[in-house]
Design a binder for this molecule. Structure first.
Ligand code: VGL
Length: 201
């Protein structure tokens, strides 16, 4: 398994010349205040993904940002501290994330019955059909948290037939139980998802 991106021949800078990038979308998963240090469910170093993500935005024709957008009460909060309650400051995107380049914001976890980890579980639209109608066949995942929403979204992307990449230096995980992140990386790798690095901004 390659979870370090070490032996990868591709890097985002090389991909600029890749014709495929014209039919690719950058997926920014849950870069929200509550998932960053100081928030209600902080991902260690969650804020560090922000400059890396910002630095990649110009390379993409289409950018999707998801947000956890929970009601005040949901079964999800039986498992997790209350976080990302819709319209609160904690649910807002990190203030340094360049929102001017985001083409589509997608809310998820809006019901009170499920976790809504995957972007593809959004009830707002059929995300897979929406992207395919735009001619998008490749997705590059970034954001928070590696072993929950990033993993669930990337696995669903692959399942839906998208060529799927995860950008290693643009994700961070929680590791509630040490090893969770590594397990998630293996699961993604085993599914054919590829890892690449953006490089420093
Ligand atoms: C997430 C834990 C709980 C995530 C959401 O965005 O990855 N993690 N809810």
């Amino acid at each position: 398994m390659n979870t370090q991106g070490k032996d990868l021949k591709t890097s985002i800078s090389q991909l600029t010349n890749d014709k495929n990038l014209a039919s690719a979308a950058l997926m920014i998963i849950d870069v929200q205040n509550d998932f960053c240090p100081g928030g209600a469910l902080p991902v260690p170093e969650g804020n560090k993904v922000v400059p890396v993500i910002n630095s990649m935005m110009d390379k993409f024709n289409f950018i999707v940002a998801t947000r956890d957008w929970h009601p005040e009460q949901t079964v999800h909060f039986d498992k997790w501290p209350v976080h990302c309650v819709r319209k609160t400051r904690g649910a807002a995107f990190h203030p340094d994330l360049d929102q001017t380049k985001i083409d589509k914001v997608i809310s998820k976890g809006t019901g009170n019955k499920d976790d809504g980890y995957s972007a593809f579980e959004t009830e707002e639209l059929d995300l897979s059909a929406f992207l395919k109608e735009k001619g998008i066949g490749t997705l590059y995942f970034t954001g928070l948290a590696t072993e929950y929403c990033v993993k669930a979204s990337a696995l669903d992307a692959a399942k839906n037939g998208f060529k799927t990449y995860v950008i290693l230096d643009a994700i961070r995980g929680i590791d509630v139980n040490p090893g969770d992140i590594e397990k998630a990386m293996k699961e993604m790798s085993d599914t054919g998802i590829e890892f690449i690095k953006a490089g420093s901004p």
